[in-house]
Design a protein around this ligand. Structure first.
Ligand SMILES: CC(=O)SCCNC(=O)CCNC(=O)[C@H](O)C(C)(C)COP(=O)(O)OP(=O)(O)OC[C@H]1O[C@@H](n2cnc3c(N)ncnc32)[C@H](O)[C@@H]1OP(=O)(O)O
Ligand SMILES: O=C([O-])CC(=O)C(=O)O
Length: 371
């Protein structure tokens, strides 16, 4: 047995949800460029969960189900007030809250298709409330109740700020949600599938996936990109900062990808959004700095930007706190995790690979006094 480091190139399952073939990303056969331009996030959720686009009535029903299920048990919101203020990362809070949410769902352990679909709706709806409520509670603010006539992106921005969001912000946020919804067998999705392949419940699968998304080599990179942009501070500092990092063999967050070689097709949409939104907010410097970083990293290392690079300046331009960038990734990606969890349940087999053992040979137990 020989191990493949990081499982690179290993095909671990069949899936009909999304594909990356020759650097083209599709959700159920629809090109991401097509969906980014035309589909709403709710349509994408339906597409991922049903493997077809919804008809008008089906979309209306899904939107209503999501809006009707956004309220979170008060106990879950109350527990946020017990955290040490300012010390808990929102991804840790989210991971804990989703696990806690399972305790208040009397169907959490019911593995019927109906119960799993009801859990899917609840999780997708309530994750938005959890992220926004935590963001407010940690600042001493009251959570804002969702509006039943708002779409998903609009409700998220409204619950976060308490203000009616501008049309341009809703449109940009909705597109960001579409772009992040699914991505074949990325680390967090694989984690979710491994978890539920033991026939564990959906809350466990999503909690495990959040843990995997949190790391800076995966979803956590978007927050790190913003940290880097803030540290660099101005266009003049880009060259020295980036070259020093590359010379020290440090990674530049938001660049590189395990699967894409020519580039991540999602990045160009976010680059465009970053250009538009930073200009609108008078914060062009973040876009200009990003362009300059891209030119150096791609020029020197042949590493194109991934989805996390320009999403940072997009979310910053929407006035979102930097440590909420990865929780927002989870708000979108939970749609993909759920699609994969349902697909795993539908054709399940325990996921249990082998390890190529490279420890010591056979040893004889030595009594503690003789070691
Ligand atoms: C939503 C997402 O998860 S997208 C990815 C988000 N993560 C990031 O942006 C973090 C930065 N990027 C990375 O760490 C990597 O490119 C990953 C994790 C995305 C992919 O990693 P892998 O396929 O395992 O590539 P690996 O880390 O082995 O890198 C291969 C080589 O490219 C270099 N490299 C890869 N990414 C970068 C980077 N961002 N900056 C500088 N060098 C890099 C590595 O140092 C390594 O060089 P070496 O062969 O000289 O040692
Ligand atoms: O596919 C990956 O490895 C990471 C990624 O881009 C994503 O999850 O969106």
């Amino acid at each position: 047995m020989t191990a493949t480091k990081g499982l690179e190139g290993v095909v671990a399952t069949q899936s009909a949800i999304s594909s990356i073939i020759d650097d083209t990303l599709t959700y159920v056969g629809y090109d991401i460029d097509d969906l980014a331009e035309n589909a709403s996030f709710e349509e994408v959720i339906y597409l991922l969960w049903h493997q077809r686009l919804p008809k008008m009535e089906e979309l209306k029903e899904l939107k209503q189900q999501l809006a009707n299920n956004m309220s979170v048990p008060q106990e879950v919101l109350n527990h946020f007030t017990t955290y040490p203020i300012g010390e808990v990362h929102p991804m840790a809070a989210l991971r804990t809250a989703i696990s806690l949410l399972g305790l208040y769902d009397d169907k959490a352990e019911d593995m019927s298709d109906e119960a799993n679909y009801a859990k899917a709706i609840k999780l997708q709806a309530q994750i938005a409330t959890i992220v926004t409520a935590f963001a407010r509670i940690r600042k001493g603010l009251e959570p804002i109740a969702p509006k039943s006539d708002y779409g998903y992106a609009e409700n998220f921005l409204y619950m976060l700020s308490g203000k009616e969001p501008e049309a341009i912000a809703i449109e940009a946020f909705d597109k960001a949600l579409v772009l992040h919804a699914d991505h074949e067998l990325n680390a967090s999705t694989f984690t979710a599938r491994v978890c539920v392949a033991t026939l564990s419940d959906m809350y466990s699968g999503v909690t495990a996936a959040i843990g995997a998304l949190k790391g800076p080599l995966h979803g956590g990179a978007n927050e790190q990109v913003m940290k880097m942009l803030t540290e660099i501070g101005s266009e003049e500092n880009v060259e020295t900062y980036i070259r020093e990092k590359l010379d020290n063999k440090e990674k530049i967050m938001g660049f590189g990808h395990r699967v894409y070689r020519k580039g991540d097709p999602r990045a160009k949409h976010l680059r465009e959004m970053s250009k538009k939104l930073t200009a609108l907010r008078g914060e062009e410097k973040f876009y200009n700095m990003s362009l300059k970083i891209e030119a150096i990293v791609t020029g020197e290392k042949n590493l194109p930007p991934n989805v996390d690079f320009y999403s940072a300046s997009v979310y910053h331009s929407l006035g979102i706190d930097h440590d909420l960038f990865t929780p927002i990734f989870a708000v979108s990606r939970v749609s993909g995790w759920i699609a994969h969890i349902l697909e795993q349940y539908a054709n399940n087999r325990l996921i249990r690979p082998r390890a190529d053992y490279n420890g010591p040979g056979m040893q004889k137990y030595v009594a503690i006094g003789d070691r």
